[in-house]
Each structure stands twice: as structure tokens, then as C-alpha cells.
Design a protein around this ligand. Sequence first.
Ligand code: AMP
Length: 120
Amino acid sequence: MSSQSDSPSIFSRIVAREIPATIVAETDTVIAFDDIAPKAPVHVLVVPKTERYRDVVELAAADPALLAEVVAMAARIADQRAGGEFRLVFNTGEAAGQTVFHVHAHVLAGDLREGTLADA
Ligand code: AMP
């Protein structure tokens, strides 16, 4: 999968329309698209357009308003697609399963009560 040194990141290439994705929402600063390998009935990635921040810890420290935009977009997507209830996952670090080091939120929704999302 992606390494930490990939630049531009795969998500920046989606922002630039260099590689295809099913984009479901976009603002000046944040983009959302369907995960290519969904782990839930709804599995959308919400991504700051800047790749300056590798994970949510860096994002929260440097630009909490942008993190709040990510959360707000996640909530809007869950409203539209899953009745407003959702799980928000930020894998942080390789051992936690992070493979793309351009911060992103996994929005997981649908009926998640029976499943495990450990590998989301
Ligand atoms: P993480 O493992 O938390 O870094 O999440 C990376 C996610 O990006 C995984 O769930 C992948 O399925 C997803 N992904 C990788 N490439 C693409 C792509 N081209 N379009 C959409 N999702 C992707």
C-alpha cells in the first residue's frame, strides 16, 4: 500500500481528478468519496484537501477548525445516507492500520451492530 513518502498522496490525486473516485461531497477545503474497499454498507472517506497533516493528531493540533469541517461533513453524509448515525474512525499509525498518510476519516454507517470494524 502507500508509503509515508508518497507525494502527492493518492488522495491528493483524487482531489486533482488524476485518478477516479465516486465523490459524494466537496467544499473548498474538504472532499468526501466512497472507499474503494467498503467495510460497511456506507463507507466514505472524508479528507482535508491539503496533505500537510499525516494523521488526526497533527490535524487537531495545527488546525482544529479544519478537523471540525471534517466532522461536519461526516455528519452531513450520514444524514443523507444513513439516518444520521455513524461511526467515525481515524486510523493513526501503521500498527493501527493506517496505510495512507494523508489524514482522513472513515465514515462507517448502515446497521453496524452485528459486525466488527476492526479492519476499517
Ligand atoms: P487507512 O488504512 O486508514 O489509511 O485507509 C485508507 C483507505 O483508503 C482504505 O480503506 C482504502 O480502501 C482506501 N483507498 C485506497 N485507495 C483508494 C482509492 N483510489 N479510492 C478510494 N479509496 C481508496
